[in-house]
Each structure stands twice: as C-alpha cells, then as structure tokens.
Design a protein around this ligand. Structure first.
Ligand SMILES: [Zn+2]
Length: 237
C-alpha cells in the first residue's frame, strides 16, 4: 500500500476512533465536532451551535439559477462552523454531523415548496474514495435532509469515473473535463421531481453534470440543495 493511501485511511479513520473513544469516556458530555471542546451532550458545543445557526443566516434558502430551469438553494456560506461541519462530514461521514447540518433546513420558508413525491438524491463519490472511506458522506447527508423534509431518499445516480481527482483542487476548466460523462442514471426512468443534495457548491459544475444524467432518465423537475456556498476567493474544499 502506498504511503499516501495509508495516510488517507488513517486520516479518515482516526476522527471516528477519537470521537468514539471520547463519546465513550464522556457519554454525557460529547466532544464538539467543530472546536473540540467538551460539549453538553451534543455534536456541537452551545457556542458553535449558535454560530452554525446564526453566522450567514441571511443566506439561508438563497435561490440562484445554475442554468435556466436548474435552481439551487443555498443554506450557508462555506465559512466558519458550517465549513468545519462539512469538512468533518467529508472525512468521517458521521450521521450525527449530517443530522446537525440537516437542522439548518428548518424553518423551510413558505416560498420553497417540494411536492411530497419528490425524491432526494446525492452526488455519488468516486469509487476509489468510497472504497477507502467505506461510506458515502453525500448519501448520509441526503438521508438526513430527506428525513428532515419528510421526503423519500433514493440513489438515482452512478459515478463512472475511477480517477480520483478531488474536484476542490481543480480549476473550472479542469473540473469540466474531469466530470464530463462522469455520471449516469442509476435507475431506468425518473418520473418525479428530484432534489439533489450536495454539501458544498463551488462552480456548480458537478451539480450541472448530475442534472444532465438525471434528465437522461427523464427527470424534468430538478432542484439542487447545497448546504454551503464557496465564496469568491474563499476556500472551496
Ligand atoms: Zn464548539
């Protein structure tokens, strides 16, 4: 095994071991997943939870058009505790972190309406990274979001690329090339509205390519939901 692969496994495995050990030692006082302090039994300490709720709240449920007919809702800027939580989820795929992030969906404003037959889905991880991490953090987040919104969650996309080039490290053109034909529908036919959940939106290329694949299976009503939005000049990880 290559050194970097070994390091990658350790890097993704260690936070889970640490969290488990600390949660066992301090069952009533879990560790804050953002700042590392002992929290009062929650995923976040009181201060970090308030910051997650309030920092960038003015951006909650902001609507943009990625392409004509492809709206995206944003919940928070990709900074501070929200960014920490997204990174944490990427590396550990902890369900409790996903559920904390899903809490940002509430309250859902009146102008946002998802028909009850809407299917929530996610951007599947590249195969190599999924094997390394055993679990797809996108799925964990989509399931938490679906539960929060009272909608069904289902895998609608497969990922074809095996080259594991992390999108966050690439420029816009390279992202386009890396993702061309990367996705295909995982089901024969899609006849219901789709809510595509993604953790962080940077250029929107990934969401566009996923929408292309969903349309191939017949989806006509696609909405993207991004928990955080990378800001110009800010980190896009
Ligand atoms: Zn904290």
């Amino acid at each position: 095994m290559k050194d970097d692969a070994l390091y990658g496994r350790f890097f993704t495995f260690w936070p889970r071991v640490k969290g488990f050990v600390l949660d066992t030692v301090y069952p009533e006082n879990a560790v804050c997943r953002s700042c590392g302090k002992i929290s009062e039994g929650g995923v976040l300490c009181k201060e970090c939870r308030e910051r997650l709720r309030n920092d960038g709240f003015t951006m909650a449920w902001d609507r943009e058009e990625l392409d004509p007919g492809l709206p995206v809702y944003i919940l928070r800027p990709h900074t501070g505790v929200a960014r920490q939580m997204v990174l944490r989820l990427k590396h550990s795929a902890e369900k409790c972190v996903a559920e904390e992030l899903a809490g940002l969906l509430q309250p859902v404003p009146e102008y946002v309406g998802f028909p009850p037959e809407t299917i929530v889905t996610w951007v599947p991880m590249p195969k190599g990274r999924r094997q390394e991490r055993c679990i797809d953090h996108g799925q964990v987040l989509a399931e938490a979001a679906a539960e929060c919104l009272g909608l069904q969650c289902k895998q609608l996309l497969d990922r074809l690329e095996t080259k594991d080039k992390a999108q966050a490290t690439l420029g816009r053109d390279a992202r386009e090339a890396n993702l061309q034909h990367a996705f295909r529908p995982a089901v024969k036919e899609i006849r219901h509205p789709v809510l595509l959940v993604d953790d962080v939106l940077t250029t929107g290329t990934t969401a566009r390519r996923c929408a292309d694949a969903l349309r191939e299976a017949g989806a006509t009503e696609i909405t993207v939901l991004a928990f955080t939005r990378a800001l110009p000049g800010g980190p896009g990880d």
